[in-house]
Design a protein around this ligand. Structure first.
Ligand SMILES: *Cc1c(COP(=O)(O)O)cnc(C)c1O
Length: 375
């Protein structure tokens, strides 16, 4: 069976975790600090604070943006459910925007039509690693004085207009879940160009503690900590960071290999009339965190029938990105909401395997199977 994804982990990461464990310092400490530094160097972000995952990063992004009860935050419904859940954690209301058919990213005109005097922020998701149109949303941010929070869970190493994701706007949240391009098991990062946001995040991720435990540990003088705000335990561990350090070193290689496979899929499958393949517009560079394909009405079978046939041929696939407003935890509250483009894209798209290293025989098998079923 060809899996849908596989993390790129070797003895390098295992050795790095092993070494960290033997230092005796296993939670947030020097490795986390080093990981943050390397992350900034890689992405061009001014500041970066590691956290336990991207969902907690998004939660902290809400808090440091001052979002709370009575506020509205615009987010695409077609995204992983965490892009909406984080708004609910803050007691605010998710307002679901429509996506563009060709990128699955939030449509700026539709988002603008949803802005009210309660709108505090827009969560801009770089779906499946494809950058969203950051400049279009910056214009909205300036015009209406609302914040932009980038959900870049899938987008490490992607770039927009020549600059890496993470270096463009106020708050950018990343994930290191194994389903993403690089992993620390679980893990997340908040990148920002604002020192005060960075300092607030560091406070909130560690119980709101005035002194971090490492400073206290290393101090020759007696220090008592104070808990100055309601904080959380959203720390990354040094074991995770030591894995992340090795993963970052390989990131460019991983992306290069992912792109080779994605471009091969595009080249080989573009002759199948009933498929719509991902497109990378001028100025956009995707890490191809996933490879999603849209199946047109003209296809000889349904999306689910196609996925079953792939499974029968030993090929795993996944349905396209979900729509939050149709998930059970949102359905009742949003029962009158219709988002035709998102719903159609969710119902008619599917993902095929893409990981590094991938056997070229498997790539050929996937291409030939799709051609055979759909021609
Ligand atoms: C994976 C993902 C998340 C959640 O990331 P975790 O690190 O698992 O919390 C959030 N948003 C999007 C768009 C994702 O793909």
């Amino acid at each position: 069976m060809i899996p849908i994804a596989k993390p790129y982990l070797t003895t390098d990461e295992a050795q790095s975790a092993y070494d960290t464990i033997l230092t005796g310092w296993v939670t947030q400490g020097p490795r986390v600090e080093e990981f943050e530094k390397r992350f900034c160097e890689y992405t061009g972000a001014k500041y970066a604070a590691a956290v336990s995952n991207c969902t907690t990063a998004l939660h902290l992004a809400m808090i440091v943006s001052g979002i709370g009860e009575g506020d509205e935050v615009i987010t695409p419904s077609m995204s992983y459910v965490a892009s909406a859940n984080c708004i609910r954690y803050a007691g605010a209301t998710p307002v679901f925007g429509e996506v563009d058919r060709d990128t699955y990213n939030l449509n700026a005109d539709h988002a603008e039509s949803l802005i009210t005097d309660k709108t505090k922020a827009i969560i801009l998701v770089h779906q499946l690693g494809m950058p969203a149109d950051i400049d279009a949303f910056r214009k909205l941010s300036d015009k209406y004085n609302i914040k932009i929070i980038e959900d870049a869970a899938c987008a490490i190493g992607s770039s927009y207009k020549g600059k890496k994701i993470g270096s463009h706007s106020g708050i950018v949240c990343f994930s290191f879940h194994p389903r993403k391009v690089i992993t620390t098991g679980e893990g997340g990062m908040i990148a920002t160009d604002d020192e005060s946001i960075y300092n607030k995040v560091k406070l909130l991720r560690q119980h709101g503690m005035s002194v971090n435990d490492r400073t206290r540990h290393e101090s020759g003088k007696l220090i008592f900590e104070d808990h100055i705000v309601l904080g959380y335990n959203y720390r990354m561990t040094d074991i995770q960071a030591s894995i992340g350090l090795r993963q970052l070193e390989k990131l460019d290689h991983i992306i290069e290999e992912r792109r080779k496979i994605a471009l091969k899929y595009i080249e080989e499958l573009s002759s199948i009339e009933c498929l719509v393949l991902p497109i990378e517009k001028e100025g956009y560079f995707s890490n191809y965190q996933s490879f999603s394909i849209y199946l047109k009405d003209s296809a000889p079978l349904s999306r689910n029938e196609l996925m079953q046939k792939l499974l029968d041929a030993g090929i795993s696939s996944r349905r396209g990105v979900l729509t939050a407003h149709r998930e059970t935890s949102y359905r009742d509250e949003y029962k009158n909401l219709r988002l035709p483009v998102s719903e159609d894209a969710c119902d008619r798209s599917f993902m095929i395997p893409l990981y590094v290293p991938m056997d070229s025989k498997d790539i050929d098998h996937i291409i030939l199977t799709l051609k055979h079923i759909l021609k």
